[in-house]
Design a protein around this ligand. Structure first.
Ligand SMILES: [Zn+2]
Ligand SMILES: [Zn+2]
Length: 372
């Protein structure tokens, strides 16, 4: 398997071997410090995710935008010192906890933030959900969805940078290890590129609706309760199974466009809300929603807990609610969290199925279907 110095490199980079992998086994390996530096730099990337047509209005200041409302939602579930429980996903922290992700105290100023909007647009786009009580009108549902999609796009673009970084992780290793690392990074990169393409398509639909160029034809399910929601979340996922464990879409096939579901759980004006949003054309997502609606009202909160912790990282929990859980309930949540990170630990097909461990603390009042 000798590669000539002037031939194209075996790794697929398109560069000549002499400018790419030639002599890589003798290079200095990537240090932990470099890896942590990359992880921190990646987490502090700044840009404004408004539609291109609005970019001329951007202020110079990119802020730490909250994906979950600080005043209405996080404050509502925080303890006296304004902390909630959430996952701190950073390389130093994962090393500290020996690969485990466990809910830790986070101040509400930091919780759920990302550097994805300038100060002008963070205000103008989200005033409708930050400054007025939630009633579930089109503008508010669109704003919730827009913020989740922007945040996910930001995260995925960061993931792509990390893929590039992993490709350098074979320095100082033998040729077999180099090949293993390159093929792993290539698969990772392909998956992320596909996700970015799908998210960008959804975002351009939302952009058009925001600019009132067209109706995005969106559907929403709004679940409401008279008390605040103890778990706040804002995320987007392509559901694999429904709440009965039935496969609804196979994400392994990158030729099939994955359908996406945006979900937000928050409080507003002392009431709690869970809002699911999707493109009306996403029929597999509708099947997923129908399996949720088939659940007894009394058991919906438990189903939501399994779903939130099993699929979303951007989850924030009331310390008071958490402290009231039994050892078994806490263990269940920790397992669900790890299922999202390490699918070998816990079968992802079973995470949504009712296993008899139930949760209380939020009584579902009403369910509203919009444009089903
Ligand atoms: Zn190469
Ligand atoms: Zn802007």
């Amino acid at each position: 398997m000798k590669t000539g110095r002037n031939e194209k490199c075996w790794c697929g980079s398109g560069k000549k071997f002499k400018h790419c992998h030639y002599g890589r086994e003798n290079q200095d390996p990537v240090s932990l410090g470099e890896a942590i530096g990359h992880s921190q730099k990646n987490a502090s990337r700044k840009c404004c995710y408004v539609p291109d047509d609005l970019k001329n209005e951007c202020s110079k200041k990119i802020i730490n935008a909250h994906t979950i409302s600080k005043s209405g939602s996080l404050k509502e579930i925080a303890d006296e010192s304004n902390h909630v429980l959430g996952l701190k996903i950073s390389l130093p922290n994962i090393i500290k906890n020996q690969g485990k992700l466990i809910p830790e105290r986070i101040g509400i100023n930091q919780a759920s933030t990302f550097k994805g909007f300038c100060s002008t647009h963070d205000k103008s786009l989200f005033a409708c959900i930050e400054d007025r009580a939630f009633i579930g009108d089109d503008e508010q549902c669109l704003a919730l969805m827009y913020r989740s999609v922007a945040k996910e796009l930001y995260a995925k673009e960061g993931g792509l940078n990390t893929s590039g970084f992993i490709k350098n992780g074979d320095k100082g290793k033998n040729r077999i290890d180099q090949m293993f690392i390159q093929s792993f990074a290539t698969v990772h990169q392909t998956g992320i590129n596909t996700a970015i393409k799908e998210l960008s398509e959804l975002k351009s639909k939302l952009d058009d609706q925001l600019l009132r160029k067209s109706s995005g034809n969106l559907s929403h399910l709004i679940i409401e309760a008279t008390s605040p929601m103890p778990v706040a979340v804002s995320s987007i996922v392509s559901p694999i199974t429904d709440f009965d464990g039935n496969l609804i879409q196979d994400l392994g096939d990158l030729n099939v466009v994955a359908e996406q579901l945006v979900f937000n759980s928050f409080s507003s004006d002392g009431k709690g809300y869970v809002v699911f949003s999707w493109s009306k054309s996403s029929t597999k997502v509708l099947c997923f929603i129908k399996s949720l609606l088939a659940i007894d009202t009394d058991n919906i909160f438990s189903a939501l807990i399994r779903f939130f912790f099993g699929v979303a990282e951007n989850t924030f929990t009331s310390p008071k609610w958490w402290d009231g859980l039994s050892v078994e309930q806490k263990g269940k949540i920790e397992k669900l969290i790890m299922a999202g990170v390490n699918p070998f630990e816990y079968d992802p097909c079973n995470i949504l199925i009712d296993d008899g461990i139930n949760f209380s603390g939020w009584e579902v009042g009403s369910l509203r279907k919009i444009n089903f």
